[in-house]
Ligand binder design. Structure first.
Ligand SMILES: Nc1ncnc2c1ncn2[C@@H]1O[C@H](COP(=O)(O)OP(=O)(O)O)[C@@H](O)[C@H]1O
Ligand SMILES: [Mg+2]
Length: 257
């Protein structure tokens, strides 16, 4: 088994709150690894440490064996490790196709210059980018929505577009923070199919932080559980859900049914 991402000894405090404490985890190449834990367990903080949005006070993050602990998110993205970013208001004024055809820098949320007009997006585009956008829209089931403004998409369609944007950049590891949040049940299947297909047909490795146990159970293996900022357990979902320590950690929170 080869390891694509590994973190060890990660710690991050906010004032008096130890959000993440000596946390470690491994994401195997080719896996869809899930990360769960009760509210306040430190999942989002860990996610931000792994993607580079915030820095740890201690610990290390290795991507394909390279120390990326202090690298900015866009630099990690250039190495092939990418996280989704929420569509900002400016992106809402562009169509689905235009969103995909923007430069990688803008897709990474690294806006060096204000996005003042659509023609900017189009001017930057060449045939290769256009062809790729068509292919990506097909994968993401967005082809029929290509001329729709991103702002007018449903919550689930926006998630598909956010995920689709990552595919415009060459990447091997995709980090998703709650991809299922705000997605209606009808689109949930489409979203899960897309993730599965990107994994099996396109070889993408995933780390997914998610509340929705249905998504976790159907897509993720292994599932890593954290509680109170630290590693609790990891394994197949069916084992995890029966682990007494996991059940105890969730008591008073969302129970695994
Ligand atoms: N920027 C921040 N400032 C202060 N406290 C924070 C900040 N981010 C997270 N926390 C705290 O750290 C703990 C872990 O939060 P978080 O990582 O969001 O957990 P989860 O995503 O598992 O619900 C919580 O107690 C939360 O209130
Ligand atoms: Mg969170």
């Amino acid at each position: 088994m080869s390891v694509m991402l590994s973190a060890s000894g990660l710690s991050r405090r906010f004032g008096g709150i130890q959000a993440v404490s000596n946390m470690g985890l491994e994401v195997a190449t080719g896996s869809i690894t899930g990360l769960i834990g009760p509210n306040g367990a430190g999942k989002s903080t860990l996610f931000n440490l792994l993607s580079g949005v915030i820095r740890p006070q201690a610990g290390k993050v290795l991507y394909k064996g390279q120390d990326v602990t202090r690298l900015a998110p866009y630099k990690r993205a250039r190495l092939g490790m990418i996280r989704t970013f929420q569509l900002s208001r400016e992106f809402g004024r562009l169509t689905v196709l235009e969103n995909l055809m923007l430069s990688p820098q803008q897709q990474l949320g690294e806006q060096l210059f204000p996005l003042f007009s659509k023609s900017r997006a189009v001017a930057q585009a060449d045939d290769v980018v256009y062809e790729r956008a068509l292919e990506v829209m097909e994968i993401a089931a967005l082809t029929d929505l290509r001329d729709k403004y991103a702002a007018d998409l449903s919550g689930g369609q926006k998630k598909l577009l956010e995920l689709a944007r990552t595919l415009m950049i060459d990447c091997d590891l995709i980090l998703l923070d709650e991809p299922g949040a705000g997605v209606n049940p009808a689109l949930m299947g489409t979203l899960m199919d897309m993730i599965r297909r990107l994994n099996t047909d396109y070889g993408k490795t995933f780390l997914i932080v998610e509340h929705d146990m249905d998504l976790i159970g159907k897509l993720c293996d292994p599932v890593v559980v954290m509680t109170e900022g630290s590693f609790l357990s990891a394994g197949p979902f069916d084992d995890i859900r029966e682990d007494p320590r996991v059940i105890e950690a969730y008591l008073g929170g969302v129970l695994l049914d």
